[in-house]
Every structure is written in C-alpha cells, then in structure tokens.
Design a protein around this ligand. Structure first.
Ligand SMILES: Nc1ncnc2c1ncn2[C@@H]1O[C@H](COP(=O)(O)OP(=O)(O)OP(=O)(O)O)[C@@H](O)[C@H]1O
Ligand SMILES: [Mg+2]
Length: 517
C-alpha cells in the first residue's frame, strides 16, 4: 500500500508499506492501482529503489539492555507486531493502460496520474513488466537476449537496436564475449549479415556452428586489402619500418592519396579502374620527391619502405566483403595472429566497405531504383576489445571511419557492436553513440565514461553495478526501443563458447616446502 513519506507520493517518487512476509528486490517493478478513483484500468508502474525496516524493538539501546540482562531475543516479528514494518522507496516509471483490447505495452505514457497514500500496490505480471520496459511480447519478434532479472520472462528487444549500435561493457570475465555471442545468434536468426572481428578467437566455433565463414588472418589466399581500398595514412601505418609523421611517411601518404583520388575519378567516369600497384606508388613517390622540397634521401627512404610493402601479409587482391557476406551471412575474421596495426586496418576496411554499400543501398532505394535486397539491407560489424582498436585520445586509422559510421547511425545501414572492458579508453565520440548499452559488473570510474546511464538506470542500480555476478548486466537504452533501464540475466548460448580461462592449475599440485610449519 502507498503511504505518506518525505516528499511523496509525488509524480516522481513514493513509498510502499510492504505486506508482512512479502519481499522486494532493488530494481523490481510493481504497480499502483488507480481503482479507488474509478480508473481501474490504469496502473502506474513503479520501480523499487531501496527498502528499510522500522523496528523500535531492536534499537541498539534495547538490544544491548536485553543482552546485559540475559533476556534472550524478542519473539515479536512483522506479522505479530504493530510496531515492526518495512517501507520500500520507489520511483514512478510510467502509466500503463491495461484496458481490454490495448496490446501489452502499447498504452504506456509518462506518469501523469498521481498515486495517493492508501492506494493499493501490486506485483506486476512479468509480461506487463517487460512490455513497460520496451520488451516485445514474444521471442520471435525481436532479439531474445535473456530474462529480466528475478523472473523467467524472456527479454526480447526490438531488432532495431542492431541499427543503432550496441556497446557491451564490463570487467574482465564478466560475460561480454558470451553475451555478444547471443547477439550474433539472434542476428543469424534474423539473417542479418555480420563481420566479426575476433581478436581472441572466441567466436570461431560459434560462427562455424551458425554456418558462417571463418578466415584466420593473415591468409593471403582468402583475404587481402587492395591498395585502392585503403587510405594513404592506413598504408603508411602498415608499411614496414615507417615512423608516422616523418617526412618520408608523409611522402608515401600523399603519393598514395594522389593515386587513389585518380582511380576513384577513373571509376566514376569509366565504371572501372586498375588496381594501384607498389610500382605505381614508387613512381609517384619519385615524381613527388623531385617536385617537392624534400631531399633525395627522403624519397629514397620512402621508396625503400614502399618496396617492402610486398612483404605485407594483408595487401593483396581485395576481399569481396559484400559478396562474401551475402553468401555466408556471418564472417569471422580471426585476428589472433595479427599485430594491432593490422587489426585496426582490417576494422577500418570492413567498416568502410559496409558503410559504402549501406549508403549505396539507401541511395538506390531513395531514387526508386532498388536492386534485390537493397530495401532491407543491414549489416553489422562486431569488434571485441574495442578500446584497442579505437582508443580514446588517438586518431588511429580506424577512428575516423568508425566515428563516421557511429555518427551516421541507421542511415548507413551498418550497425556497430563494440565490446570493451575499458570504456574509459574507448574513443569518446564513438562511445556516446552506442544507443543500447549492456553493462556487466563495472567499476565506478569506468562507468563515468558511458553517458546517460545514471539517469536511465537510477542511482541505486548504478551503485549495484560493480557487484553484479557474471552473466548479469544492466541494459540501458535510448528511450525508443528500451524505455527504461533494467537488469537482465543473459540467456544460455546455443552455440559453442570459446575463449574460457585456460585450466593451467587443474593438473598442478602445490609443493609442500614446509613453510609455516
Ligand atoms: N551468461 C553466462 N552463462 C554461463 N557462462 C558464462 C556466462 N557469461 C560468461 N560465462 C563464462 O565466463 C567466462 C568469461 O566470460 P567472457 O569470456 O564472456 O568474459 P568477458 O567479459 O568477455 O571477459 P574479457 O574482458 O576477459 O574478454 C567464459 O568462460 C564464459 O563461458
Ligand atoms: Mg571477452
């Protein structure tokens, strides 16, 4: 029952006197019934922030006195005492119209009905809770990622969250990669193509089980990036023995940029253009070297470095990202054996290809000349350990492409899923565009980097975050697809899970050196 409390009941908060024996959990959803005012179909959904017991029989003074007099514990409890009770403080979430014919969740609006002291508070059926949060009423309608914590009710989120980027954050070992695997399973069920940049080889088995293609990089036979497809800066970053920022590096960059612009022009006017070769770059560097103020030595160093590009494990005939995605749906690029600069290059290339194709599809649809599959095209790029690929404070080859991708959101028909144990170290402008956030146990200082979470989840749930168990996360959203933050237990994976902690102590026995005897 709603009771009078400091500052409430108000539109924002209220207090509930609990029935003896009834428990509530922090974050649990209840509802206040407006039947006393003839509005029996309207419920105000409320969420438990905290709960306090009032028990004047157990003040320290009385408890101490009883102990000193050896009187034993008091027998009275909440059921039998008139002085012992518990009050839960709650915040209002929304008004829910439960009239017959209104589908679950469809009649939700911001709280406008003032709850009054004396109103009845009831436990909300799970389906109404999930509906109030923005969950869909059947797993077949969206992404079934788990259950609302404390219930067996599936939490099915709108598949549109894939278009608006998902960030998966949490301390090491708390279940980010596991949960990302559930998202990939759901993507597969929806036939959404995805490129998975697998830095730890954890998704290999899952992607194979889902019928996708796995490429262990480097693999010159199956995967290459054509010199036309990467930028001058990217090229310089993977050219052996190049210090970025040096004069010869800039010469390489500008020679390559000039060739690339030329080829793009050619492709626009004639419909095709030759690949840029290492010899083309050498010739351009020589030409630029002669015509610029750089010394002969600078162009000689640049040429020597460019010639070593032939050794690069990634440069080669371009991987047909889109064609391959259409064929296999899921492509796992196992990057375990790549250097970080190479992984970043692959991420940038994949992001650029997806974005370009997504925009092409959107343009063709807009112009009324869609090709088959254009109208529903959406692809996803998943990057684990994203703070290494797009670190904060550095403009890596990947940052610019991903920043643009994140900014363009749904318009480029490319969703990003980034997982990271260290959002503080992740590019801030990309981070703030992750519209859905799944946050596993995470330290307070890390949490500060993820904007908007405190207002969506509320202080109490945010305070509980560092202590969450493995596999439990807070889900926070943008308001359209996820109306309010909630706690979720990630569902079990259907696909094999890779990357467990190696059992390096399983067969060892500690030596007995007699220490401490
Ligand atoms: N929901 C879950 N149910 C069962 N097992 C889980 C769940 N989540 C994680 N695990 C197990 O816990 C271990 C660590 O999980 P995971 O690899 O997903 O952590 P992580 O957050 O990605 O860690 P890291 O930051 O080190 O990459 C794995 O062995 C995984 O199988
Ligand atoms: Mg992981």
């Amino acid at each position: 029952m709603v009771v009078q409390s400091e500052g409430g009941p108000s539109f924002q908060k209220l207090a509930i006197l609990l029935e003896p024996g009834r428990d509530v959990r922090p974050g649990e959803f209840l509802a206040v019934w407006h039947g006393r005012r003839g509005k029996g179909d309207v419920l105000t959904v409320i969420q438990v922030d905290d709960c306090k017991e009032h028990n004047p029989n157990e003040t320290p003074e009385l408890a101490h006195t009883r102990r000193a007099l050896e009187l034993g514990p008091v027998a009275s409890n909440e059921e039998s005492s008139t002085r012992i009770f518990r009050v839960a403080t709650c915040k209002t979430i929304e008004d829910l119209d439960t009239s017959p014919g209104v589908p679950a969740g469809a009649g939700a609006s911001a709280p406008e009905m003032l709850c009054r002291a004396g109103d009845v508070a009831v436990r909300l059926p799970d389906d109404l809770v999930t509906a109030a949060l923005g969950g869909l009423d059947h797993p077949s309608k969206g992404l079934n990622l788990g259950t609302l914590l404390g219930t067996t009710s599936p939490m099915t989120l709108s598949p549109e969250i894939l278009q608006l980027h998902i960030g998966v954050f949490g301390n090491p070992g708390k279940g980010k990669s596991y949960a990302s695997g559930t998202i990939i399973e759901e993507m597969s069920d929806w036939d959404v193509p995805g490129i998975i940049l697998d830095v730890n080889g954890e998704m290999v088995d899952a992607v194979e089980a889902l019928g996708g293609k796995v490429i262990s990089l480097p693999d010159k036979n199956s995967f290459g990036l054509a010199l036309n497809r990467i930028t001058g800066q990217e090229l310089a970053s993977i050219t052996p023995q190049v210090d970025l920022g040096r004069q010869y590096a800039e010469l390489i960059e500008s020679a390559h940029d000039a060739l690339r612009t030329q080829r793009i022009q050619e492709e626009l006017t004639t419909g095709k253009a030759d690949d840029i070769t290492i010899e083309d770059i050498v010739a351009k560097v020589t030409l630029f070297g002669q015509s610029s103020r750089s010394t002969k030595a600078t162009s000689e160093i640049a040429i020597a470095r460019v010639k070593r590009l032939g050794e690069s494990r990634l440069i080669g005939p371009n991987f047909a990202f889109i064609e391959q995605l259409k064929k296999h749906r899921l492509i796992c690029l196992d990057c375990r054996r790549l250097q970080l600069s190479e992984t970043r290059l692959v991420a940038a290339a994949a992001a650029r290809e997806l974005q370009n194709y997504g925009r092409t599809c959107a343009r063709r649809v807009e112009q009324g000349t869609p090709e088959e599959g254009d109208a529903e095209w959406l692809a996803v790029l998943f990057i684990d350990e994203a703070h290494n690929v797009v670190p904060e404070g550095q403009t890596t080859v990947t940052s610019n492409v991903l920043r643009e991708l994140a900014r363009m959101g749904r318009h480029s028909r490319t969703g990003l899923i980034l997982a990271s144990q260290s959002p503080v170290d992740l590019d801030a402008s990309i981070l703030k565009r992750m519209q859905t956030r799944m946050i596993f146990a995470l330290e307070r200082d890390q949490l500060k980097a993820i904007g908007g979470v405190r207002s969506d989840l509320g202080d109490e749930l945010v305070d509980a975050l560092p202590k969450l168990s493995r596999g439990i996360c807070a889900v926070s959203g943008n308001g359209d697809q996820i109306r309010h933050g909630f706690m979720m237990k990630v569902r079990e994976r259907r696909t094999p899970v890779g990357g467990g902690t190696p059992p390096v102590f399983a067969t060892r026995v500690k030596r007995d050196r007699g220490v401490g005897k």
